[in-house]
Design a protein around this ligand. Sequence first.
Ligand SMILES: Cc1cc2nc3c(=O)[nH]c(=O)nc-3n(C[C@H](O)[C@H](O)[C@H](O)COP(=O)(O)OP(=O)(O)OC[C@H]3O[C@@H](n4cnc5c(N)ncnc54)[C@H](O)[C@@H]3O)c2cc1C
Length: 271
Amino acid sequence: MEANPDATILAGATDVGLWVTKQDRVLPTVISISEVPELKAIEDLGDRIRIGAGVRYAEAEGALTVLHPEFGELLRRLGGRQVRNAGTVCGNIANGSPIGDMPPALIAAGATLHLRKGGETRSLPLEAYFLAYGKQDRRPGEFVEAVEVRKPDPASVFRIYKLSKRFEQDISAVCAGVHVTLKDGRVTEARLAFGGMAATPKRAAAAEGALAGEPWTEATVREAMAALASDFAPIDDMRASAAYRLQAARNLLLRAFLETAQVMTLEPVDG
Ligand SMILES: Cc1cc2nc3c(=O)[nH]c(=O)nc-3n(C[C@H](O)[C@H](O)[C@H](O)COP(=O)(O)OP(=O)(O)OC[C@H]3O[C@@H](n4cnc5c(N)ncnc54)[C@H](O)[C@@H]3O)c2cc1C
């Protein structure tokens, strides 16, 4: 990559392959990473796991499902078996699509992206990698080396939702990662990330702000739902209208609350 900074990196080819077969593009230099042993590891680092750039969805599924069963549910619906046997988690990130499924889930979980150029490495919060539509924070000669995913605190609400027209093997209209950490019924940290709502996968800063420090109640959640309108101005396209996307994103937040509120705020019963 240092010698050929303009080369196309080829991981699982589930995107790059289509550039050739559907768009007749000619790729002058291709560097395949699919058989680089150092990039194929999944490591348990205690409070987080590290997934190398060569790790395919099917290979990551077990470790991610142990991290949280919600990842397993998402992966089961990402592409079909063939795509999951070829495509990589890091390729889904590197591709930078606003409707890729892994980024919202991983951003909500608090993932860190590791980039490398020769011997130099740098890391950034995953959300910072996505600069604008089709533009990522990747410098010439750099490649994605790995993604590290924090293990969600068991005392937190962690939900991933994928909405697509067809349940199986379809691209998301909206994908949501909801991660809310609670202490004594109050929100200590909120990480809300959405795909399909903006030109990049993006955190909902205003909605997160509406939750932070507040009691985890339906009234608070409804404030955050309203705030989503200042976080996102989604587009209309064949997958969904802008109005549907915003309404759906709001309702997913409410769903996360309704699915977890009883468990998370259960008061001890006297006697
Ligand atoms: C039938 C089908 C169904 C699909 N369904 C879904 C779906 O449900 N959800 C979804 O999110 N996606 C879906 N996809 C899209 C696709 O599977 C993903 O985006 C995939 O994760 C890309 O990973 P890959 O390893 O195949 O990447 P590749 O196609 O090899 O590469 C994708 C891009 O990332 C770059 N890249 C790859 N690895 C690196 C690296 N280590 N460093 C820097 N750049 C890198 C490549 O140069 C290229 O620009 C589907 C695709 C197909 C064909």
